[in-house]
Design a protein around this ligand. Structure first.
Ligand SMILES: [Zn+2]
Length: 94
């Protein structure tokens, strides 16, 4: 049973690592999550899913000069067509 737990933990750790790399945030964050998921899987794996769900959604606002999108990280306005914030490089999920 312990081996099965290790396999599941490793799969989750790799998935979390790849998922957090896609966010293009801080370079170190995926490695921190990978380490956390491997050493503290009982805490880190549920925590990752909670943070993924709780994370604020990107707001879309209508301005006089067209549609803009507010960055959930820094709160600055970006063009709706942009996928990454031009101020802080945060991923803009629509
Ligand atoms: Zn931003």
């Amino acid at each position: 049973m312990y081996i099965l737990f290790l396999i599941i933990t490793t799969i989750f750790a790799i998935w979390i690592f790849m998922d957090s790399q896609n966010k293009k945030g801080n370079f170190f964050i995926p490695y921190l999550w990978l380490a956390a998921a491997l050493f503290f899987p009982v805490i880190a794996i549920p925590a990752y899913f909670i943070l993924k769900i709780v994370k604020p959604t990107t707001q879309i606002t209508n301005k006089e000069n067209g549609k803009t999108i507010l960055c959930p990280k820094c709160g600055k306005e970006n063009n709706l067509l942009q996928s990454v914030c031009c101020f802080c490089n945060n991923q803009l999920n629509i």
